[in-house]
Design a protein around this ligand. Structure first.
Ligand code: NAD
Length: 333
């Protein structure tokens, strides 16, 4: 491949602006075209990032892919659009960085992973928590056995999502593919699975849609395959802003993560401390480019998207049926 990576953007809304800013700081990348169905979104992208003014713009992503030669795309569109945009881009031999949730069904997740393998291109997700120093620290501690065996995980996320997203695509099932469990909740499910390395065996859930067609509040109880258990609460109609508490109980130590603040407590000595010297910060856009150039491994591989949607689908089914649901793990790795 040439020394420069030519990149197109599929979806130019609020979140894409941040990606464009980060990509503009990467010297080997040239943004070559922009796509969005909304001219307003394209106009706002130009206001936020004047550097991309003057690039060709397209209302249809396929027309962009037909008209402009490129090596990679970044996708930042409503959730149910991701599947065909990923498939079409991979089919044309492009590397793909997609926003979360990767796709909205297990069947789609398996298809995009198979397609990426078949065409030999990078497919990765934008779960930026994989670059967060605190989460990297927790994952490293667990992987090194410092907490002993994980026996319980408890996680709570709350956000003023019900009110803030009223009338928007995030509460329209056809575009969102699900509700808050599939949106901000996708980060929470992913980070629990990624930091602990645990696999889910069974989930039992209550899911409340309130007066919308998507999940707003979810209360999930989980049994993992190693025998650990846990609770995940996603409160989409909080009156406050974003708040998250996660606790990891191992046989040797506990990590309390309170809205980004880590406290580590040894069960045997009773000693508590706030860890120092956390791993460095990075971001998905840099990792994507490094992975395409073969300098780094993908830190948010598509298997993470598959594991999250396996759990999400099972939680939705449990909420619907009122029964515990076994999570059938795909053979894909
Ligand atoms: N990783 C994160 O922390 C994070 C944060 C915010 C959003 N996101 C994700 O980014 C994606 C976009 O969210 P957002 O907040 O930017 O939403 P947004 O509404 O601001 O932007 C979505 C954009 O997609 C455009 N669009 C809709 N259908 C399209 C289509 N078929 N083709 C091309 N463009 C289309 C819309 O016009 C809009 O400009 C979602 O997947 C969301 O979950 C991730």
């Amino acid at each position: 491949m040439a020394k420069r990576l030519r990149m197109g953007f599929i979806g130019c809304g609020g979140n894409a602006s941040g990606h464009v800013k980060r990509v503009l700081s990467l010297p080997e990348v040239e943004i070559v075209a922009l796509n969005d169905v909304s001219q307003d979104s394209l106009d706002r992208m130009h206001e936020r990032n004047p550097e991309v003014k003057g690039l060709p713009t397209f209302s249809d992503f396929r027309e962009m892919l037909d008209a402009v030669e490129m090596d990679a795309v970044e996708i930042s569109t409503p959730h149910t659009c991701h599947f065909e945009q990923i498939m079409e881009s991979l089919d044309r031999g492009l590397h793909v960085l997609t926003e979360k949730p990767m796709v909205c069904t297990v069947a789609h997740a398996e298809q995009v992973i198979r397609k990426a393998d078949e065409v030999g291109k990078v497919l990765m997700l934008s779960y930026q928590r994989h670059f967060d120093p605190g989460f990297r620290y927790i994952r490293n501690q667990i992987a090194a056995g410092e907490l002993g065996e994980i026996q319980f995980v408890s996680a709570m996320q709350s956000q003023d999502w019900y009110r803030s997203q009223q009338g928007k695509w995030r509460q329209e099932l056809a575009l969102a593919g699900g509700g808050q469990l599939n949106d901000s909740g996708s980060h929470l499910l992913d980070i629990i699975l990624w930091t602990t390395g645990l696999a889910v065996d069974e989930v039992s859930g209550y899911v409340e849609n309130l007066d919308t067609e998507v999940d707003i509040n979810s209360a999930l109880s989980i049994r993992f395959t190693n025998g650990a258990i846990g609770n995940i609460s996603v409160v989409g109609n909080s009156s406050g802003g974003m708040w998250e508490d996660i606790t990891f109980w191992g046989t040797k130590a506990v990590i309390y993560l309170r809205n980004g603040h880590i406290t580590y407590r040894s069960i045997h000595t009773g000693e508590s401390f706030e860890p120092e010297g956390l791993p460095p910060m990075s971001d998905p856009d840099k990792n994507f480019v490094d992975a395409v150039f073969g300098r780094d491994e993908v830190q948010e591989p598509p298997i993470c998207g598959l594991r999250v949607i396996e759990l999400t689908e099972a939680a939705w089914e449990s909420g619907r049926t009122g029964k515990p649901v076994k999570v059938v793990r795909s053979e894909l790795r």
